[in-house]
Structures are given as structure tokens and as C-alpha cells.
Design a protein around this ligand. Sequence first.
Ligand SMILES: [Zn+2]
Length: 298
Amino acid sequence: MRFQFLSRLAVSPTLRRAARAYKDAWKLFYFWPLPALRKSRFAKLGVDRREPLGVAEINLASECKCRHTSHYVPLTRETIRQLTASNGDTSTARLFGATAAVSELDTFADFDAWRVQVSRATSGKYHRSANKARRMGYSARVVGFNSCHRSVYELTGSKFRRSKGLPVWAALIAPPATLVDTKKPPVAPVCPEHWRYCWGAFKTTGAGEKLVASAILVRAGNTVWIQRFIGHGDALKDGVTKLLIFDIMQWLLARAEPGTQGIRYLLHGSIEEGDDGLFDWKRYLGFKPMLLDSAHAS
Ligand SMILES: [Zn+2]
């Protein structure tokens, strides 16, 4: 059951700030202590904790002076700041810091090389799952930024709890009436090195199409990171998230557009965050713990 009157409160900036603070605190303490999680997850990944981790040389701005650097560079810097805390030089960092989950895109010649690695890790399960979703009438494509606002709200609220453990407020609060799907078409980014792409997965039926999964990717310099990746609770069993990530990786690794060329790293949050389901998802997709060298991140 969702409450309409709460939707008026949900647009209050003060309440949104409070909700963000609550979310940050929750993320920190729900899965705490992080060192214990790190130990068990590194062991599952076969990472020897006595050996230094590989280092990702993040370069956010390179030589580019486009106006988008002022938006995507600070946004990315803020994200990686949360992920470099476990570089391990202080006990506070070890206790509260998280380790970046990174896929080194430049080590894959093409999408097929990536797919083979995922199929090996999952005994073909993820590939079959993506194909099953396709057969069932699901498809994925780039969509306009914020063009599916109301649908994203609906799919977010389709599960009361998600992999990060948080109660989902969209499951309790009805969407504000002002929240609509504009269905604006996507606009090609001005700069190939600084952009944000929104992806949507849809179920097509005789009655039209319905958004069932959504992802946002942000690029700054040589790094792309996943800002959002979420599926509708009812469509997860059909393999819709696998279809979406396969199509995104195919697009990234085809390197057919200027915006997908020159990418070295794909970041997907941290190794420690979320439940075991989220960790396994990253593990099977080949994300591994790395230190982030952000010396070039400004
Ligand atoms: Zn740029």
C-alpha cells in the first residue's frame, strides 16, 4: 500500500537531505563491519590480501576543457572518494572504507571476449538468462535523460527491499502527480569523454511497452561508472538485468562511437556493499577489487 499524502512531503528539499543522510548512514552500518566482509569476499575472489591490489590509473579530465568537465568530473571525484578509503593507509580507512569494484575494459578485445569470460564464470547461465529475456519480448536501448521518470519511480518501488538492504521509500510513497514520462529521445553527448547515458529495458506487449529495468552510466576521462542499475521486482526472474548489462557491454566494447572509445575502466560501486547477491553479480561479471590512483582525478 502506498500513501498519496506522503508524496507532497517527498519533494521537500529538507526531507530529501535528511533521507540522503539516513541512506549514507544505513549503507555504512547495515553491512558493518566491513573488514570481515572484505576478508570473506576477497577469499571468494581468490585475492590474496597480503599482496597489493592492482591500481587503476583514473584520469578524469585528460586534455579536455569542455564545459561538461565542471559537472561530471566533480561528480565522479565524489564517487571515487568513497571508494579509495580502503587503500589501507589508516585504520579508519580499513574500518569504514570500501574497495572499488572495477572491470578493466581495455583488456577486452571486443564484446565476445567479455562474454566468454562471463560464460565461463557462470557456466553459461547469464548468457542463457539474457537470451531467455530476449525471447520473452524484452529489449534494451538508450533513452533520454529523465525521460522515464515516473516509470523509474514505479520500478524502484516494485520491491520493498533491495540488495543494499534499504527499505525503498518509493514502495511506500505514491509518486507525485508532477512526475511524468516525457519520453524525450536521447541526445548525443557533446563531448566523447564527458557524458551520461541512460539505458532502459522494456517489455513489449500488444498494449505497448513498459520499462522494466534502468541504468545510468557516467563517463569522465578514461573511466565510466554505473550510477544506477535497477530492475523491476516482477521481471528479475525473466533475466532482464542480464539482458540489460549484456547490451550495455556490447555497446561499450563495440567502441563504434567516439564516446565509447578510450575507456580503460568500468566502476561498479564497491566489493563490500550490498548483500551476497549483489556481490555475486559483480563477481560473475568480472569486477575485481582495485585501488584507485586518483592523482590525475582533478
Ligand atoms: Zn570533455
